[in-house]
Design a protein around this ligand. Structure first.
Ligand code: ZN
Length: 394
């Protein structure tokens, strides 16, 4: 779920939320329909009819975006990819998949489902208008919905990542080249290009006097371009961390705390002297909690000496990572839960601590040395002290 969102409920186990920005948009859409679009196209209704039609159209448009996102999510579930949430926000919706599709076919099906559903809705609403007399509020609302769903489907099919069409493009390149990286690169450059074109189109509209439309187009273009760029960075980060496991980077010799350790020992020795932010709390090697600066901050300084770590620590179950987990997954967990460190746990036993700083240091060193991919782990030839697979100068 995105920050600043209201949770509405669950559908098929998927958390449905609305970002606060959407409430603003709903208000703007209602106002522009009731105060401008409907009165100019359909004069002669009474005031209440304009506002009722405006509100109904805004609400049903919201429902249409939700159905578009649900189509993505249900296909993802069908392809075996867990879906966490759907959030409706400023520019439409986002489906929060727990992980990225693993094959180009999955990516293609999930991406195409949304626009396909929007086109279906557009067709359905258009068919419904044919059954109603022209000029009535119901006809006007259905016509508006047919049009907006058509635009929604069409806009999302623009071939720039992270739009649905960009995902389709990525899937096609990925399928053709067998490289997801290539697919992401090409689709994200296309996304930045389309974003830039939208910004230029918006500026042109602005100069032509269509201030609101122009601004809107430019903002969407800017947003798209930024999202495309960060998708490529994300991919690069994923690449940079490939081949590394949590166990490679963790501090295996991290000091630990026990539940009976006085809080002042934790703070004076480990935090203020050694600069650590947190310590795992163990009982006979088993992880029972974590004590951090944030936990200790609640306790006033005079009470430090007669407070124990066990009284303030955050108790298990904690977010942890297995030693064999990929470092990109570990970094994902750190980011997702806004953590600075992760206990590395084998079964219930603590084997080390992985901090955000550890991961960043490895990334920086790789950058400094220009190493893109790790070679296989060096293996010692028995009895010689020579590393067999280590590269030798050719
Ligand atoms: Zn979509």
């Amino acid at each position: 779920m995105m920050r600043n969102s209201l949770t509405l409920g669950r559908i098929a186990g998927i958390e449905i939320g609305v970002h606060f920005s959407w409430l603003l948009i709903a208000g703007l859409v209602t106002w522009s329909l009731a105060g401008g679009h409907f009165p100019s196209r359909y004069p002669g209704w009474d005031r209440a009819a304009y506002w009722t039609a405006g509100g109904a159209a805004a609400l049903a448009f919201f429902g249409s975006v939700l159905i578009h996102e649900l189509a993505h999510s249900l296909v993802a579930l069908w392809r075996g990819l867990p879906v966490r949430s759907i959030t409706l926000f400023l520019f439409g919706g986002v489906s929060g998949l727990k992980r990225e599709p693993e094959t180009p076919v999955d990516e293609l099906l999930i991406a195409a489902a949304g626009p396909a559903m929007s086109f279906l809705l557009a067709g359905g609403f258009w068919a419904a208008t044919q059954l109603l007399p022209d000029g009535t509020p119901a006809h006007a609302v259905l016509g508006y919905l047919a049009f907006t769903n058509l635009v929604l489907g069409g806009f999302n099919l623009l071939p720039g990542f992270p739009l649905d069409g960009g995902r389709v493009l990525r899937a096609v390149v990925w399928g053709a080249t067998h490289s997801m990286r290539r697919g992401t690169q090409i689709a994200s450059y296309a996304g930045q290009g389309i974003g830039l074109l939208l910004v230029l189109a918006g500026i042109t509209q602005l100069m032509g006097g269509a201030v609101l439309n122009g601004l809107w187009t430019a903002v969407i273009g800017h947003f798209l371009s930024g999202a495309a760029g960060s998708a490529r960075q994300q991919q690069a980060l994923h690449e940079a961390l490939r081949g590394l496991r949590a166990a490679d980077v963790m501090q295996a010799d991290s000091p630990v705390a026990t539940a009976v350790m006085p809080l002042d020992e934790f703070l004076y020795l480990h935090v203020l002297r050694q600069g650590r932010r947190a310590l795992p709390v163990v009982d006979d090697g088993r992880l029972i909690g974590i004590v951090s600066v944030t936990d200790a901050k609640e306790v006033p300084q005079p009470a430090w000496a007669h407070t124990t770590v066990g009284e303030v620590m955050t108790r298990a179950p904690l977010t942890t990572v297995a030693p064999d987990a990929g470092l990109d997954r570990a970094l994902g967990l750190l980011a997702e839960h806004s953590l600075n460190q992760l206990p590395v746990v084998d079964g219930a036993h603590l084997v080390g601590m992985l901090t955000r700083a550890d991961v960043l240091r490895v990334l920086q060193l790789r950058e400094t040395l220009g190493v893109r991919e790790l070679r296989p782990r060096p293996q010692r030839v028995p009895g010689t002290g020579v590393d067999r697979s280590w590269p030798t100068a050719a």
